[in-house]
Design a protein around this ligand. Structure first.
Ligand code: NAG
Ligand code: NAG
Ligand code: NAG
Ligand code: NAG
Ligand code: NAG
Ligand code: NAG
Length: 565
């Protein structure tokens, strides 16, 4: 039986159960059990399709030529690594080297003492080429001059700035792009996209000296964040991590993905008694001098300027020449802007879905699988709140277990599930978290209406880049196989959000992985949703879990690609 007819059967069964319940309230308990049974069944069906049920199909159509060739290249079967996970198949290793070049970042010429590091208090920017009038469609550029704590101009680059142009009263904003001239000066460039008074804000996220520390610790101290392992039959709590935290460890190796997880061997029980993991804590890994470079007094600080707000005028004519939204479209720079709190994509003609009816009309007949972290969980929860007919199915399993929501009247279902460790969460049972790559092999018959949303990023920022690359290689190769099995499937990759600013994390670390992710999925007929810019130019305070107005815009952008017209 194929996905759709099974789904229709199940949904019509549930429909009649619902109708019966309305007519005969006295048997509601029976129907409740019925509903639980059916939703459990639906859950299992959504969830448990055996591996390799669908033989790979030959690809006939694809929106772009490059996509076809990208899919025809058979992905590398994972070459399983042993023990420490440091051995790589050649192709994967080559890819890692290419990706490390993509994220190369200029380093200070040598060890630099705090007084000579870039200071947000002395660094400033000024307007380049001031003009009498500014029009929508033009670019405005500013020159950033980096200076150290003594006010001396810097002679080298590598500072990380985030720039935006915005109009607080119009609830409008756009991200600027910053070019590093590698001599202590930077140009930030902004596209003018709406008429009215605008202003420019630039944040020094980190000095180049602080970034040198972050980069070093990312690669050399993967133990800076650690995890607690719990076991059946003992109260002992041991340290766990992606790398062995000690000599005598239990290794939990996943044969399919080649990934491993290590816990210190508990004293009284065998490794097989392993129950689950929780966030342990973080270690102080910085010397006082390093800690000073990363102190909150110098990071993520607005830099000063004498540039006053200025007025942008409308152009004579404006035409909307954006294409309808479809997969494989590149994200231009900037990829969109807010105006009156609505995101206008520059990728394609995105739509607003102001009413629940607009959402249900779009999702009818579809199954959406979301794999990721709390930032896609926000999307799942948003849809549950926004669409009254969409109901959470109680699967008696706590976060981070898979969550299912079904809309019986409009016949669609959404499942969210967490990606596999490392997870900075209160507690995750080993039964409840799974590798995305493995889960992807279980879905995708050759039918319309299959939607897959993936995000995987924030929990990896404190680890060496190769850890993230290895995880994403597995996911990417599974996505390629899924799209060969089902060319009608729509796959979305959500980018990172800005504002991940807890212990040992940083927007610079997030940016690096975001660049890696974009490079690894480029050329595939998937859609990369640029939530990086959607979170970086909004007026709400920086937060990896953005407020409802941003989440609504993110979900509307996703829906625009699912229902472009
Ligand atoms: C895609 O294929 C069409 C027709 O075969 C061809 O005209 C076009 O140049 C191709 N585009 C690219 C980007 O290869
Ligand atoms: C897989 O890895 C092993 C051990 O590193 C290596 O000997 C072998 O050649 C690899 N196979 C492929 C196909 O890369
Ligand atoms: C750094 O600058 C401060 C204030 O200008 C000064 O008091 C201090 O001695 C300087 N430190 C070094 C090591 O030069
Ligand atoms: C820095 O480099 C830019 C671009 O090459 C150049 O235009 C500028 O004059 C240089 N500034 C300084 C202070 O060297
Ligand atoms: C978008 O799709 C609609 C409906 O399919 C079509 O009429 C229209 O021409 C398309 N617009 C563009 C710019 O491709
Ligand atoms: C949204 O749904 C409402 C209510 O059904 C409808 O009136 C409106 O035309 C829809 N808007 C869009 C943009 O689809």
């Amino acid at each position: 039986m194929d996905n759709n007819s099974l789904k229709k059967k199940l949904i019509s069964k549930v429909d009649s159960a619902m109708l019966g319940r309305q007519r005969k309230p006295q048997v509601s308990i029976v129907f409740l059990f019925c509903l639980i049974f059916i939703s459990g069944f639906l859950y299992r069906f959504l969830w448990m399709k055996p591996l390799g049920e669908n033989p790979p199909l030959k690809l006939h159509i694809s929106p772009q030529n490059k996509s076809i060739s990208a899919l025809e290249k058979e992905p590398q079967t994972p070459n399983t690594t042993q023990g420490t996970g440091t051995s790589y198949p050649t192709a994967a290793e080559q890819e890692l080297q290419t990706l490390m070049k993509v994220i190369e970042w200029p380093a200070p010429p040598g060890p630099t003492e705090y007084n000579f590091s870039t200071s947000p208090l002395t660094t400033e920017f000024q307007l380049l080429f001031p003009r009498g009038a500014y029009y929508v469609g033009e670019y405005v550029e500013v020159l950033i001059t980096a200076r150290d704590h003594g006010g001396r101009p810097k002679a080298y680059g590598g500072d990380y700035f985030q720039a935006k142009l915005h109009s607080p009263t119009l609830k409008a904003g756009v991200t600027g792009s910053v070019t590093d001239h590698r001599n202590g000066t930077y140009t930030a460039s902004f596209l003018l996209l709406w008429p009215g008074q605008v202003e420019i804000s630039i944040i020094l996220v980190h000095s180049s000296e602080a970034i040198a520390v972050l980069k070093d610790k990312r690669e050399t101290r993967p133990d800076k964040v650690y995890f607690n392992g719990y076991f059946h039959g003992t109260g002992e709590v041991v340290e766990c991590n992606l790398n062995p935290p000690a000599r005598n460890v239990c290794e939990y190796h996943d044969a399919y993905t080649g990934e491993s997880w290590f816990c210190i061997h508990p004293k009284q029980v065998p490794c097989s008694a392993y129950k689950g993991t929780a966030t342990g804590g973080s270690r102080e890994i910085h010397t006082p001098e390093e800690a000073r470079l990363l102190d909150k007094s110098v990071k993520e600080k607005l830099i000063s300027s004498k540039v006053k707000p200025f007025v942008v005028l409308s152009p004579a004519i404006s035409v909307d020449s954006r294409a309808n939204c479809s997969s494989g479209l590149p994200n231009p720079e900037p990829s969109g802007f807010y105006y009156q709190d609505i995101w206008y994509s520059r990728v394609c003609k995105n739509r607003a879905f102001p009413h629940p009816d607009n959402v249900t009309k779009c999702l009818t007949g579809k199954i959406m699988y979301m794999f990721g972290d709390s930032t896609t969980k926000q999307w799942f929860e948003f849809l549950l709140r926004f669409v009254p007919s969409l109901q959470r199915q109680d699967l008696h399993a706590q976060f981070p277990a898979p969550q299912l929501a079904v809309d019986m009247s409009n016949k669609f279902a959404i499942q969210w599930q967490m990606h596999e460790k490392p997870l900075l969460i209160l507690y995750g049972d080993r039964q409840e978290v799974h590798y995305v790559a493995t889960e992807l092999e279980r879905i995708g018959s050759n039918k319309e209406g299959l939607l897959v949303v993936i995000n995987c990023m924030a929990h990896f920022v404190t680890f060496p880049v190769k850890v993230y690359v290895r995880r994403l290689q597995g996911i990417r190769d599974s996505v390629v196989r899924l799209m060969k099995r089902n060319p009608l499937a729509k796959v979305f990759i959500k980018s990172a959000n800005t504002g991940y600013v807890y212990t040992h994390s940083s927007d610079w670390l997030s940016l690096q992985l975001d660049l890696v992710m974009r490079a690894m999925f480029s050329g595939l007929p998937v859609t990369i949703l640029d939530t990086w810019q959607m979170t970086s130019c909004h007026y709400l305070p920086r937060d990896i879990h953005p407020g409802p107005v941003i989440v609504k815009n993110e979900v509307d952008l996703l829906l625009s690609f699912i229902c472009p017209t």
